[in-house]
Design a protein around this ligand. Sequence first.
Ligand code: MN
Length: 437
Amino acid sequence: MLNETHDPALRSWVASANEPGCDFPIQNLPFAVFRRAGSGEKFRGGVAIGDQIFDLVQLASTGLLEGCAAEAAQAGGQEKLNALMALGPSAWSALRLALSRMLREDAVGHDWLSSCLVPQSQAEYDVPARIGDYTDFYTSVFHATNIGRQFRPDNPLLPNYKWVPIGYHGRSSSIGISGESFHRPVGQTMPPGATTPQVVPSRRLDIELELGIFIGPGNAKGTRISMAQADDHVFGICLLNDWSARDLQGWEYQPLGPFLSKNFASTISPWVVTLEALAPFRTTFHRDESDPQPLPYLDSADNRASGAFDIQLDVQLQTDAMRRAALAGASICRTSYRHAYWTVAQMVTHHTVNGCNLQPGDLFGSGTLSGPGAGEAAALIEITTGGKNPITLPNGESRTWLEDGDSVTLRGWCERPGAARIGFGECVGTVLPAITA
Ligand code: MN
């Protein structure tokens, strides 16, 4: 559903928001929690506009907003966005409309509103919600097939994959914000041919290019969220790098699934792009006729018509040597979220079919978003075929798995004719040496 906030002709009095290629034009208006870096101020909610942050606490204190929009700005001014997420789409939408009107080029009194701006270059960010639960899905059939082939060449895809949105419960305590560094995890691995496991720094440290989905109001325990209601329970989407230690994973994952190979760090982008901002980039959900069609509880006309999102995704790897030589990162994956086998709505509906309650600020991971084509593999385990085919970087270095000092940057954006381009900013994380003592 498009409205005046999506009009591609809108321009902002914040000049940087009108620059071609800007991630945060007035049609985007994503949310984060931030403060001035090093200030010791309280974190609070803000909205990105160009290279600035519109401070929701400052805005609420102006008394310019009324009704639903005022309530939403008040909720968004807290240290975490859970209260805003709990309010639901009518409140989010009212705030978005008010912000859009205030930030337009022709808005009255904008000289005065500029006191609500903080430059992004002076800000630091925090994880935007108290994430009660983190659920990681597995929604790329291309990723599932590529991984499955390494273990079961004759039967790569397990029989449940095309019927069930596969997921597992992850851990929220170790989810960090873009810019973080973390130590290479140490753990048990069983080298080929050995009879006793070693406790060593992971040698097969990997990325997972995913999107993070922040839950809005959620449901009471024992109730279900239908496909028709699902989007109303989704606050927005961010970038997510779900770092993984493949050697730890290989030894521990049977029979109960990944454990310490996945829960040492997951990095998200600070900016959460709302579903309303993403509306122009919805696209059809396509299921091949030769595949099982979704069961009725996972199907709807709306989902088929517009349940998928065409979000462009890019992964860049910058080694320590590249950084020292002031070389930019090299792209190692370019794909789109539109290739996912299950949609956001299907994940929400499936998660609650048994009466499991979702809560405001819960986070879903989409799973590694590999696409079908060359260059669209979204983890090193696929790119290097399980470590057998190293990649060569533009400066001549090669990589099979991540090495100490490597930084990985995820980027996401949406563009199509007739709509304003919007972006997700970036999600950066850096690998530090293991702590072995
Ligand atoms: Mn994952």
